[in-house]
Design a protein around this ligand. Structure first.
Ligand code: TRP
Length: 338
């Protein structure tokens, strides 16, 4: 049987929600990692617009449509190469929603109630849609639908990927070996960027939309970026060693290290004992050097809707090719259809 599981290279799948303000944490934890994996893996990157519906009261239809395009353009501007990687919009491949139903049927409710992201998000609201609870099931479907071997994400998504592993394993136990059990891929440095205003909480897309100085948006102006780093919370000392730095200083050092790739000792030798003003401006410099060309490319891509549509049309077509085969295998395994 020619199975969809036959791959030339191991496969990667990942995605970002088209909500909030995409920031430096998303870039360091996800987009930049994706870019680096394009030669070793067959890569698929989707914009997960179905996931964005899980908090419908904050996402307006026009805004969702606009952000979906903007995030696709950010993938391209970050160096995801459509000649090597498949870039697509999740809702344009209906198999995601279909597989999510089947996986939901094998996912114990208790597993979902344990998810910290659900707990945090539902604690913030009086009532939540069922989709917020089953969000990780859809995420598991995104991944196993392509028999992905690795899922490169930021630290905050680790629990969801572990759930996807558990769901795939449970499915295989119940219905026979069908799904690839994915591994999480998390970069060593920079997988967890903290808020500049509060370095005890991770940099957040939604907080970044509301609170100035919290996040570095990938499309922020150079002036705003310098200002946000200038105001970053540090402490009253001058210690700049990875081991004993306060959370705010450690965050700045980590961002610097993730971008420059320099060894810790060298970074410490440059900044330890100096005032933090120097560190802040040095971090702003390396971030700007990284983001300015990205912003330039982003504008060019957004000015050429025909190009972007072409990329997404081809991406959806390629994604469907794989997804439709895997879904056939799943349906056969569970006995759906005649
Ligand atoms: N939940 C992820 C996030 O908020 C987005 C996501 C949806 C995802 N489906 C995915 C990430 C599949 C990796 C693989 O960042």
């Amino acid at each position: 049987m020619a199975s969809a599981t036959s791959k030339e290279k191991p496969r990667i799948l990942s995605g970002v929600q088209p909500t909030g303000r995409i920031h430096l944490g998303n870039y360091l934890g996800a987009l930049s990692v994706w870019r680096e994996q394009q030669d070793g893996y067959e890569c698929l990157f989707c914009v997960v617009d179905l996931h964005a519906l899980t908090i419908p009261e904050v996402v307006r239809p026009d805004e969702l449509r606009r952000k979906t395009r903007e995030v696709c353009a950010l993938y391209l501007a970050s160096g995801i190469d459509p000649e090597r990687s498949t870039i697509f919009v999740q809702s344009e491949v209906h198999e995601h929603a279909e597989l999510a139903w089947v996986l939901g049927c094998v996912t114990p409710l208790g597993w979902l109630h344990r998810m910290t992201q659900f707990k945090t998000k539902s604690d913030q609201r009086e009532s939540v849609g069922t989709g917020l609870l089953t969000y990780p099931v859809l995420q598991a479907a995104d991944i196993v639908l392509y028999q992905a071997d690795q899922v490169p994400v930021g630290q905050d998504q680790k629990q969801h990927i572990e759930l996807a592993r558990d769901v795939a394993q449970r499915f295989n136990q119940l219905f026979g070996e069908t799904l690839t059990v994915p591994d999480v891929m998390i970069r060593e440095v920079g997988a967890r960027v903290m808020g500049l205003d509060d370095p005890t909480a991770k940099m957040s897309k939604s907080v970044g939309e509301k609170v100035k100085g919290h996040a570095i948006g990938l499309l922020d102006s150079p002036k705003a970026i310098r200002k946000a780093f200038g105001r970053a919370v540090t402490d009253s000392g001058n210690v700049a060693r990875f081991e004993d730095a306060s959370p705010g200083v450690l965050n700045l050092l980590t961002i610097y290290r993730a971008i420059t790739g320099k060894p810790r000792e060298e970074i410490e030798a440059t900044f330890d004992g100096q005032g933090y003003g120097h560190l802040k401006m040095a971090v702003a410099d390396v971030v700007l050097a990284e983001l300015e060309p990205l912003q330039q490319r982003w504008k060019e891509i957004m000015d050429d809707p025909t190009y972007l549509d072409g990329v997404l049309d081809r991406g959806a077509e390629r994604a469907r090719e794989i997804a439709s085969k895997v879904l056939v295998d799943v349906k056969r395994a569970v006995g759906l259809g005649r």
